[in-house]
Design a protein around this ligand. Structure first.
Ligand SMILES: [Zn+2]
Length: 117
């Protein structure tokens, strides 16, 4: 299942793609989702506003990545709280933002796959 999430695959059949573009990692284009799975017909757009909830997933991911970046980057600075680390964290989060947006929608779909069709 984790492999299916990371490869942008349908929650039900694991074959069709959720996003039209297969690259969910470094892709700053407009994210286009399939209305429903091209292989099994699983509905991705369940109701209007369904993906607002994905913002909570995205927020959690962003906070986690910010903390991870801080922990990884802080040994490279001499001072304990060097303000330049904020720039490093911001850069990492900007680079990850497109991935976060896509992966949070995919995770949101997987969270609710068994409830509604
Ligand atoms: Zn499917």
């Amino acid at each position: 299942m984790i492999k299916n999430i990371l490869t942008n695959k349908c929650p039900r059949c694991g074959k069709g793609r959720i996003f039209k573009n297969p690259n969910i990692y470094f892709n700053f284009g407009k994210p286009e989702m399939n209305e429903s799975c091209p292989k099994c017909g699983f509905k991705n757009h369940k109701e209007p506003g369904f993906f607002y909830g994905a913002m909570y997933v995205s927020y959690g991911l962003t906070v986690g990545q910010g903390i991870m970046t801080f922990l990884v980057a802080s040994p490279f600075f001499a001072e304990r709280f060097d303000l330049r680390i904020i720039g490093v964290i911001a850069l990492v989060l900007i680079l990850l933002s497109s991935f976060n947006m896509r992966i949070s929608r995919i995770l949101w779909l997987y969270l609710f796959k068994s409830y509604k069709r």
